[in-house]
Design a protein around this ligand. Sequence first.
Ligand code: UD1
Length: 416
Amino acid sequence: MQKFIITGGRKLRGELALQGSKNSALPIMAASLLCGEEVVLKSCPRLTDVYAASRILNCTGCKCSFSGSTAVIDPRDVSRTDIPETLMHEMRSSIIFMGAVLGRTGECTVSIPGGCELGPRPIDMHLAALRKMGADIREEHGRIICSGKAHGTKISLTFPSVGATENIILFAVNADGETVINNAAREPEICDLCGFLRKCGADIKGDGGSSIIINGVPKLHGCEYNIMPDRIAGATYLSMTAAAGGEIILTNSCITEMEPFLSVLEQTGCSIMTCGDRIYLRSGSRLKAVKERIRTMPHPGFPTDAQAVLMAALAAAEGTSVFEENIFDCRYRHVDALVKMGADIQAVGKIAVVKGVNRLHGADVAATDLRGGAAMVVAALAADGTSSVSGIHHIDRGYEKMEDAVRLLGGDMRRS
Ligand code: UD1
C-alpha cells in the first residue's frame, strides 16, 4: 500500500493551476450518456473516481478515452442497462448513473450504494423523486430495478441533496412535459451540469436557485465543454499554504463559488486577494482562530467538503475555533489523526472544538476518507518533523497527483 511521506516546516510558494472539479466531472460524465453524439470534456481531472465513472460508461456501451485532461465520450452504442455491483461499489456517486441510464433507455438496474466512510448515505429522496416522475422501481436483494419514461411533475425535496437533484435533472431532460424541483441543491456543480446539458440542447432554467425548471426535449446532441475548476481542491491548497506559511497564486480558480470558504479563511489573518480567475494568498504569522462558529451548510453556506482541511489549518492557530457539521453524521474521522499530531480537538456529535496548539508534530497516520486524508496532509506540511499518511487511495479519488502539486510549491512530500 502506498503512503505519502511529508516533512513539514517548509513554506509554500508559487503558482498552481486548479484541476477540474471532480464533483462536476462525475455527473457530467453520466449526463453524456443522454447525448446522441460524441461529447468532449476539457479540464476533466485525472482521478480514480473519474476512471471509475468511465468504467461504468464502458459497461453500458459508451466509448470513453482520455488524452491529458480531455475526455472523449461516444454514447452512440449504449446497449447495456444493468450496472454490476462491483462497479457500483467503486464509488458512492455511481448512483447518479441511475437517472441517466433510465432517461436514455427506459430501464436501469443498479445496486444500493450502502453506507460509506461518512456514515449512512441513504438514497430515499432519489427513489421517491424518480417514482413521482413515472419510474417503476423495485428493490430485490440489494439491486434496484427501474423502468419507465419520465413525465413532468413537481418535486419538493425535504433537503437540498446534491445527488438527488442531479438524478432528477438527468431523468427529466428527456421527459414529456415540465419538471419543477423545489428546494433543489444550489451547489455550483449543479449549475455546471445544467450548463453542459443546455449546451447539448436541454431546456433548463433556475439552476443556482432553489427552484429548477426542466422542460423535456426529445433529443440531446453532443458538445465540447470545459468542466469548472475544483473549489474543494482550491480550498485544500489554500489551507495548506495558510497552515505552512508562504504565498501562492491559484490560477484557473472560481472566486464567486469559493466565496463561502474564502470569507472564513480570511478571518484567520491571511491576506487574500482575487482578480479574474486568480486567488492570491499570503500567510505570514501564526493563524488566528475563527471567532464565529463554522457551520457546514448546503451552498452558499460553508462547504462540508472543506471542513476537514480548514480544521487542520486551525489546529495550530492562536485561540479556539468551533465547527458544527450539519451535512454528514461521521465527518470527524480525521480528528484522531490530527490529535496524534499534537492537536487539541474534542469532537462530540455535530460539534468539534479546536483549541489551537503552538506546534503540531509529525506522526504516522492513516487517511479514512478523501477530505479527511487531505486534512492530514495539510497538518503534516505545517508540523515539525516527518509524517507518513497511509490509505492514500482515498486522497487519489479527488486530487490529481497531490504530491506533485505540493512539490511544485516547494513542499517536501513524496509517494512511497
Ligand atoms: C455531494 C458531493 C459531496 C458533498 C455533498 C454535500 C459529489 C460526487 N459528492 O454528495 O462531495 O460532500 O454533496 O455537499 O458531488 N441524504 C438523504 N437521502 C437522500 C440523499 C441524501 O438522507 O436520498 C442525506 C445524506 O445522507 C447527507 C445529506 O443528505 O446527510 C447530503 O447529501 P447529498 O447532498 O445528497 O450529498 P451527495 O450528493 O451524496
